[in-house]
Design a protein around this ligand. Structure first.
Ligand SMILES: [Zn+2]
Length: 289
């Protein structure tokens, strides 16, 4: 993704992994192959690999530099987590791209996770001398308190597969005194606020970035693929509350359709950034080129 300038804020991407990943059939239980095939014919070529029949899915972190803060939004799968294949991504690309973005671990002032799935909070911690410690020593880590509580409860009830995301990626942050547990009304500064978009996870939030009349929204996993913009009813196998996710997508698309607001969905491949536009009676995703 090209560096995006939103007034006084710049946004860049750090990619961990990209390429063909899952078929729509495997990802969306309500997928209709005939309807899907029609959409895929007219979607941007970057989003689908006709050879494998798989959607192209990227895993990336967004670096948001506001006038006062350097924020990582979502931290991919991370290192040393021991996830089985295919989630055992090579960690070097993320580290190399982090460096290429001119960053050091010490320079990060905040980390925000749109939600607490394994591919959004992995680099929160690293294993040092057998202990999970915060990767970014000077950062405050912002968690939605409802999202945090939900994963804490599920983990304590033994119902949080795969891995122990709360145990490894979240609890050590709280124990180190670096966590900020916030609600929907949180504002980091005058450029950075939250939009509650529950469904994919209990308290999933988008990040609303606004400066000098311009706006961008990091949409986390509100949608994983452009097919879900065409068909907001396509829920994923990973969603906590499918009906809430569908209404979050409708509400969000309605709020930004045909406006200049730039949308940044974490799993959309390069060029990633785009706009929600009108298509017939529904919506389309138009990449910024
Ligand atoms: Zn995800």
């Amino acid at each position: 993704m090209r560096t995006l300038i939103i007034g006084d804020v710049t946004i860049t991407s750090i990619i961990e992994r990209d390429g063909p990943w899952r078929t729509p059939q495997a990802m969306f239980p309500a997928y209709d192959p005939a309807i899907g095939a029609e959409h895929l014919k007219t979607l941007a070529p970057e989003v689908f690999d006709p050879v494998t029949g798989q959607m192209v899915i990227t895993y990336q972190t967004f670096v948001v530099r506001t006038p006062r803060h350097t924020v990582l939004v979502d931290t991919c799968t991370g290192d040393h987590k021991g996830y089985p294949a295919p989630m055992d991504f090579d960690k070097q690309p993320w580290l190399d791209n982090f460096k290429k973005a001119g960053l050091s671990f010490e320079a990060i002032t905040h980390v925000f996770c749109t939600h607490l799935h394994i591919d959004h909070c992995g680099w929160n911690t690293v294993l040092r001398d057998g202990r999970w410690v915060p990767t970014f020593p000077n950062a405050k880590y912002i968690f939605h308190k409802g999202e945090y509580a939900a994963w804490e409860a599920l983990t304590k009830a033994g119902k949080s597969p795969p891995g122990n995301v709360w145990t490894y990626n979240c609890l050590p942050i709280v124990e180190a005194g670096q966590a900020l547990l916030v609600d929907d009304t949180y504002a980091l500064d005058e450029t950075f606020t939250l939009i509650p978009t529950p469904g994919h996870s209990p308290c999933h939030c988008c990040v609303d970035i606004h400066s000098k009349g311009q706006r961008a929204i990091v949409t986390g996993d509100l949608m994983h693929h452009a097919l879900q913009v065409r068909v907001p009813e396509l829920y994923t196998i990973f969603d906590t509350d499918t009906a809430a996710g569908i209404s979050s997508r409708h509400r969000f698309f309605e709020s930004v359709v045909d406006t200049p607001a730039v949308v940044l969905p974490v799993h959309f491949p390069n060029p990633t950034a785009g706009r929600i536009t009108t298509l017939g009676k529904g919506y389309d995703y138009t990449f910024l080129r």
